[in-house]
Ligand binder design. Structure first.
Ligand code: A3P
Length: 305
């Protein structure tokens, strides 16, 4: 793992050019997530693997950190100070060249369970996760805060496509031309999958903001864990926004492709920040399109708590 971390520093001498979006099995993607596709599709999951699935910017790092603390916070405290979160929880489909591809990091993970992150829409998830009947923790975030977070992320992350201005980005989001495809399809297809696959725990960013204690209890009961009150308190405290923001192993500060002067990875961590970004006209158009796109689902989001 030390060598893997060192590999990161190659980024500093080789700043990548921004990738282009293209259609991949009906989903917009960049080559960073398709270059290693054969190995992704043939990835061998294990029955105790836990797949963390999200649309980008829905709270992936937050839930990853919570799960890592829950499973390994006490048994392997050195992980907390020596290994950045993205090395503890490999990003399955990623292939950033200067880092080993996500499948390789996952294959070499010494932990049990393995925590594995994906942003893939449900239809593209490697089949062995279903064959092995793995647990999946899905986190969804309301579309308005999700798009705002995605915009700031794409501004500062050089391995993402050029975001353009706020208005164009919003239009692209509504058109589904984002890396990993339309938010609408992502959240609803995973929601549908939950009806047939009992081992999906579907969580909401807004619920986690509202009451982390309650959400942690639900998560633990899904995982079959029964941590002590003290242990839960430690997880909740460690995963608070300010604590993660100040924690170099959780805040992505060791990744030079992200320019924190433009926008930090741990940006605001709020529900409702969209109100500081959307104009009245944009909001009306967004609501109208939202209703049309979400008319066939009973999945409900909150844009305020
Ligand atoms: P904002 O840009 O709105 O601040 P992901 O990990 O999926 O990329 O999601 C990143 C978003 O989750 C960012 O949202 C980030 O600030 C937020 N986030 C990360 N850790 C958090 C925490 N502990 N509490 C609340 N929000 C958190």
């Amino acid at each position: 793992s030390e060598n893997l971390c060192k590999g990161l520093y190659l980024f500093t001498t080789e700043l990548p050019t921004r990738p282009l979006l293209f259609d991949f099995h009906g989903v917009s993607m960049t080559h960073h997530f398709t270059d290693n596709w054969e190995k992704v599709q043939s990835f061998q999951a294990r029955p105790d693997d836990i797949l963390i699935a999200t649309y980008p910017k829905a709270g992936t790092t937050w839930i990853s950190y919570i799960l890592d603390l829950l499973y390994f916070g006490q048994s392997a405290p050195e992980r907390q100070t020596s290994l950045p979160i993205f090395m503890r929880v490999p990003f399955l489909e990623s292939d950033f060249r200067v880092l080993p591809p996500g499948t390789e990091v996952a294959d070499k993970l010494p932990t049990s369970p393995r925590l594995i992150k994906t942003h893939l829409p449900v239809q593209l998830v490697p089949k062995s996760f279903w064959e092995q009947n793995c647990r999946v923790v899905y986190v969804a975030r309301n579309a308005k805060d999700n798009v705002v977070s995605y915009f700031h992320f794409d501004r500062m992350n050089m391995v993402e496509p050029e975001p353009g201005d706020c208005n164009n980005f919003l239009q692209r989001f509504m058109d589904g031309k984002m890396v990993f495809g339309p938010w609408y399809d992502h959240v609803t297809s995973w929601w549908e999958k939950k009806q047939t696959h009992s081992k999906i725990h579907y969580m909401f960013y807004e619920d986690m903001i509202e009451d982390m204690g309650r959400e942690l209890d639900g998560l633990c009961s899904f995982l079959g864990l029964s941590p002590s009150e003290e242990e839960k308190e430690r997880v909740i405290r460690g995963s608070q926004f300010d604590n993660m923001k100040n924690n170099n192993m959780a805040n992505y500060s060791s990744i030079p492709v992200m320019d924190f002067k433009i926008s930090p990875f741990m940006r605001k961590g709020k529900v409702g920040d969209w109100k500081n970004h959307f104009t009245v006209a944009q909001n009306e158009q967004f609501d109208e399109e939202y209703q049309a796109k979400m008319k066939n689902t009973n999945l409900q989001f909150r844009t305020a708590v």
